[in-house]
Design a protein around this ligand. Sequence first.
Ligand code: ADP
Ligand code: ASP
Ligand code: MG
Length: 403
Amino acid sequence: MIKKVLKFGGTSVGSIERIRHVAKIIEKEIKQGNSVIAVVSAMAGKTNELLNLSKNISTDFNKRELDVLLSTGEQITSALLAGALTNLNINAKSWLNWQIPILTEGEHSNARIINMHVEQINNFLKQKGVAVIPGFQGIMRNGDISTIGRGGSDATAVAIAKIFQTDICEIYTDVDGVYSTDPNKIPVAKKIEKISYDEMLELSSLGAKVMQSSAVQTAMMYNIPLEVKSTFTNRDGTQIFEQENIDYKKSVTGVAYSKDDSKITIIGVEDKPGVAANLFEPLNNAQINVDMVIQNISSDQKTTDITFTVKREDILKTIDILKKNKKIDYKKITKNDKVAKVSIVGAGMVSTPGVTYKMFKALADEKINILAISTSEIKLSVIIDEKNILNSIKKLHTVFDLD
Ligand code: ADP
Ligand code: ASP
Ligand code: MG
């Protein structure tokens, strides 16, 4: 017997017909003698629909009530799936966050799962029952309902795999695995058979939403094997696991992109020790995350330009803080929020020289201007104009042999 977590995303439970189909997938597992905990997302589009309802009341809707509202999407699919399973004569039952309970810590809309009670569900599994658990939701110490961030059902699934000590966590979705880039954007993208936690973590942090990054991080920390596969085909999916077991033939494994960033340039800042610290201190205090930083070499040794990127949603707040900062002197601030971050990721980069040059040359050949750069051991990201996203991904895909 294998003990499994099976997580079904929004499209997989997007209609009654699909929920019936998911029940059949679970039935197959039960017939093979496996023990199943199913985790479900809300029906595709539901969470956005609920969010819009709240915005119709107020753009500053009460955070506590927002979580009560958003968690209902997953409540619906849990009940429908448990009902569909009982219709197939399978012993199934849904549990909401407070019934388990799934304990969380942190802020509303962005809480973290810290623990769950396992006893009653484990007893149910022992009686060959299928437990259906809503993703994305939890309960705070004070009894308030919480949610754990968009795409959070992946994180719920991995947390359950860890706490219930299951053998595997299978992420069923609308594509049949992790691809070299988003297959819905670049049709020549190739499926990756096996990928390391590190690479998957970089890809998902840099925009590949096929797996939520905090879910990958937990899986990596506790060595929980993940498999991403399709709800709609029987093809083999992608296995995500420890790096040592993978043979790297290519320097680059995947290309990711996101439109979450914006770029700010402060022109004519005094060029002396302590300026950068003075500039970034209040941003740090306001918990604004600065990603890439570039400082130009000043020709006159007196002033310089500093460019950096922050999340697009933070741009106005950032500029406001800069303008109020009495500790810095500058001529002008410019901003650009029509930018995108395009990244190449690959554990094979460590042992392949020339990857950086190859990326820059590829973009230059397409006449794409690089606005900022950041690197780590296994990734290289550039900021470019948003209009060049598709072109750059296609080109990088070809240049790094991923087609
Ligand atoms: P779910 O609702 O099942 O959680 P998501 O929409 O969150 O599904 O994630 C699946 C989507 O991720 C795919 O439909 C695909 O468009 C997108 N995606 C982005 N990058 C990749 C990638 N590298 N490989 C596969 N899918 C990707
Ligand atoms: N329903 C939630 C969302 O849309 C969680 C999830 O789907 O993983 O973000
Ligand atoms: Mg998702």
